[in-house]
Structure formats: C-alpha cells, structure tokens
Design a protein around this ligand. Structure first.
Ligand code: NAI
Length: 478
C-alpha cells in the first residue's frame, strides 16, 4: 500500500475499500479528482471480496460440482468411480481467487492514481480525517488528511444475537463458515436469508447434516411467496432440514457440542445438538470509531448514517457523503457501487443518479432466486392493479436438456399501462437472467416490450419472454 506525508490535501477521501468505496475511488480517479482511499484491512475489497460474495460463490461452485459428480450424472448415462473431497484444496482455490481479485484492486488504484492509506479512518471535523498507523506503524502519530469531500463507505458487520455471542469456534458468523477446516458433521444455521441458505447449501453438499432455523413463515424474506415456496421445497429435497416459524431462544456449548434451543410454530420448545452454529440473522452498519460525532452526524434508530439521497447522499455534515450498507436500503454490493459512482459523478459536475426501484437481488442457492422491482404482494399493497404472467422452467427446451426443470419466472406488470413493476425468477441461472429484466425496467419497458423482443432459441431467457407473453395470456408453450 502507498504511503504519504503527514498532511496531504485531496479532492476526495473515501473511507472503506469495499465495492462501494473502491469503485467510487476509481470513478473519482477517472474524473480527475485527487483521491485518497482509506482501508483498515490489509487487503482491499471489503466484505464482498474477502469474506462475502466472492469466496461464497467459489465454495458454491465447488460444492455444486462435487454433489453433481456424486449424484447428478446417472441420468446422463455417466457413471463416475469414487469421488473424493479435498477440502484443503477446495479452500485454497477459494483463497486464490480472493487474493487475485483483491490484488487486482491494488493495480486498479495505481492505474487511477488513487492514494491508498492503510488504517482506520476517523473524521476529525470539516474536511479532516485521521488515519492512525497499523502494524509496525501503530506507535507513530496518526496521519492527517484533508479533503473538500469525504465519502463514508464503511459497510456492515454480521449481527450478533445478544444471547448468542460469536466465539469464533462453535458459534460463528459467515466469516468463519467460509473457512471451516473440516466438514462439520452437524451444522445448525440461524436465519434463512442469503447467507444462511448459501452457506447452508455449501456445507450440506459437502456432507454436513444441515438444519436451518428461520423465525418467519418463509425463507428469503424479500422473495415472492410462490418463488420462496419453490426454493423451500427444492432445498428440502436436497436434504436441508428447513424449519420455518422457528425462533432460536438460546444455545450452550457443552463438551464440544452446541445445544440450540428453539420455539417452533406451535410454540413448543425443542433442542438440537450440533458441532457448528452459524448465526446469519442479518448485518448491521459498521460505524465504530469513525468519529461521526466530531463531524456532527447522529445515527438513525437502525444505526445507519442518515443521508439525503436526492441531494447526492449528503449526510448532515457539509461535504460528507455516505453510501452502501452504512445507509438505508438493501445491503448489496451492486447497490453500493451505483451509489458511490453517483456521489462522485455529482462531485465532478455530472448527473449521478441511482434508480433504487431497480436493484436486483439474488440468492445463489440451487435453484437460484433472483428478483427485481416489486413483488405481486408489494404492488397490491401499494394499491396498484397488476397483471401477472408466469412461465415454468419445465416447459422450456433448454431447461429440459440441461436437466434444470425446476422453477418459474413471474412477470408483474401494471394492469393498465403494462409497465413492468417487477420480475421474479427461481431456477437455474436466474442470477444471469434477471439482468435483462432490470434493463427493461430501467428503460421504463412494458411486459409487451419483453414479449416482443426476439430471444435466441433454445435458451433459458425464453422463459422470461414467455412469462411476459403470459401477462397477456399468450404464452406459446403452456
Ligand atoms: P438476512 O436479513 O437476509 O436474513 C436473516 C434471516 O434471519 C431473516 O430471514 C430473519 O427472519 C432471520 N432471523 C433473524 N433472527 C432470527 C432468530 N432469532 N431465529 C431465527 N431466525 C432469525 O441476513 P443475512 O442472510 O445474514 O445477510 C445479511 C445481508 O447480506 C443481507 O442484507 C443480504 O442481502 C446480504 N447478502 C447478500 C447476498 C447476495 O446478494 N447473494 C449473500 C449474502 C448476504
């Protein structure tokens, strides 16, 4: 990482080098702003690259291949000899990907003339940020940076249940669950959100007996009800024990075994024993030690930094902006990226904008769940009259040839104008298919626009086209 003199002046200081912060820094560099990026960790990339999106996708891919080799090839007429798992190698592949990507960001910073400081940035008041040294430089006086604008992009950290503190060994967060050194015999996961279901799937495929406890009546709270049901059924079919409407009330560790107590949907108490307990009940904005008080910023009731979105993500302190997980909205890397770019473009006199109505949300289970815009239920709750079209993977030729017949796409349109309000998909490659829906919505498109767009045959994307045709009751293959 770069070093610099004790006091330096910048146009922009970005605090936090996750996808929100580092992308903003690159855009600032492109636009000619003299930019500093402060990161507490040794590696750039934040949660997403180091202990989030990327390593989890690497593990999902490896575990999916492993389970397909073990159980999924018979129907193709392919028999495989014995299949063995080398967890150490699987983990080192994951780590290699992380290292390559995070080192790549160092290169991108150099290319865009962004000066990187390692340390925990602390606001000192208008336009000033302190960066205490870390490691060998810990004893040295903090460096002080100055800038016209400061962007807070410090992200979030896993939520700890008050009665279940993380101990790093038995009761763990996603960070540890991405790096177990052996497959736990029994894993209990609290929370059927993205983290719980993705990591639950990984360890289940690798051989763990996995139970997921979720207090709500459906998995993946943001998803359309029918879509969530398809996923729940599928995960259960894969051997995941998914217990909905089940609230965890406590856990104790006795002789290397965790005893998790819960209350089920009938209000009856139960207990489960396991070897690892993953707590995946959400994330909270990360603002510790940021010096918000010195800057005159108070957090809202959810611990977030309040911003005026329409005024370019301005906080209550002049010249201080905030984006990503630390502010309102879904905690998603791509949302943070868009916001960071918008802030910087506005600082450079351009028209930076984020359309928060069109932020796709994906859970990378198998099948995948992908969603953009309003669900049917949410649209109706807003008083909108909707027309809905559905199309099932099992009626699509490509899905059949892939052996991926589970799932459906659902298009929600305004009943009067036909404007797209939301698209929801559960099925193979839903994460890639949703981009088309997001694009159509971004352009203010209608269901008919999707329906009349020629899609290559045979592709899974035809499922989306047919679902859009079904809005007007004219799907061809159903
Ligand atoms: P989440 O908020 O998505 O899900 C947490 C789940 O835990 C909820 O369904 C909640 O009802 C449940 N829960 C809370 N307390 C509970 C209790 N005491 N007993 C039983 N269930 C309980 O949070 P998650 O999965 O930890 O993810 C954190 C954030 O990171 C989310 O904003 C998520 O969108 C994001 N993320 C996104 C990914 C993606 O885009 N694929 C992957 C991983 C995380």
């Amino acid at each position: 990482m770069g070093t610099t003199n004790d006091s330096q002046a910048f146009d922009l200081i970005v605090i936090g080098a996750g996808p929100g912060g580092y992308v903003a820094a690159i855009r600032a560099g492109q636009l000619g702003l003299k930019t500093a990026l402060i990161e507490a960790n040794e590696r750039l990339g934040g949660t997403c690259l180091n202990v989030g999106c990327i390593p989890s996708k690497a593990l999902l891919e490896s575990s999916e291949r492993y389970s397909a080799l073990k159980d999924g090839l018979d129907e193709h007429g392919i028999s495989v000899g014995s299949v063995a798992l080398d967890l150490e190698r699987l983990m080192s592949r994951k780590q290699g990907i992380v290292t390559e990507l995070t080192s790549g960001i160092v290169g991108l910073m150099k290319k865009n003339k962004v000066t990187v400081f390692q340390g925990r940035g602390e606001l000192l008041g208008a336009g000033r940020v302190a960066v205490p040294g870390v490691g060998d430089a810990a004893e040295e006086p903090a460096r002080e940076l100055r800038a016209t604008s400061i962007l807070i992009a410090t992200g979030s950290a896993p939520v700890e249940l008050p009665f279940l503190p993380f101990d790093g060994e038995f009761i763990v967060s996603s960070t540890e669950a991405l790096a177990f050194d052996e497959v736990p015999k029994r894993l209990v996961v609290i929370g059927a959100g993205a983290v719980g279901l993705e990591l639950g799937s990984v360890w289940s495929r690798l051989g763990a007996e996995v139970t997921v406890l979720e207090m709500l009546p459906q998995a993946v709270a943001f998803a359309d009800k029918q879509i969530a049901k398809v996923l729940e059924r599928s995960l259960k079919g894969q051997g995941l024990n998914l217990m909905l409407q089940t609230k965890v009330t406590g856990a104790t560790v006795r002789e290397n075994e965790i005893h998790v107590s819960y209350e089920d949907k009938r209000g009856e108490a139960g207990e489960l024993a396991c070897d690892k307990l993953l707590v995946a009940v959400g994330r909270r904005p990360y603002t510790a030690g940021l010096g918000l008080e010195a800057a005159g910023i108070s957090l809202d009731e959810a611990g977030r930094v309040p911003v005026k979105v329409k005024e370019g993500f301005q906080t209550s302190a002049p010249g201080v902006y905030a984006i990503g997980d630390v502010i309102e909205g879904p905690m998603l890397a791509h949302k943070a990226e868009e916001e960071g770019i918008a802030v910087v473009e506005r600082l450079a006199g351009l028209a930076g904008l984020v359309n928060h109505a069109v932020i796709p949300n994906v859970v990378y289970t198998h099948p995948e769940v992908a969603s953009v815009g309003l669900t049917e239920e949410a649209a109706k709750a807003q008083g909108l009259e909707v027309a809905v079209g559905k199309f099932y993977f099992k009626a699509n030729g490509r899905a059949k040839s892939m052996g991926e017949t589970e799932g459906l796409a659902k298009v929600v349109a305004d009943a009067t104008s036909d404007r797209l309000l939301g698209v929801h998909i559960v099925g193979a490659r839903a994460s890639e298919m949703i981009a088309e829906a997001a694009m159509a919505m971004e352009f203010g498109g209608s269901a008919e626009d999707l329906a009349r767009t020629c899609h290559a045959h045979p592709t899974l994307s035809e499922i989306l086209k047919e679902a859009a045709m079904a809005v007007d009751n004219r799907a061809i293959h159903s």
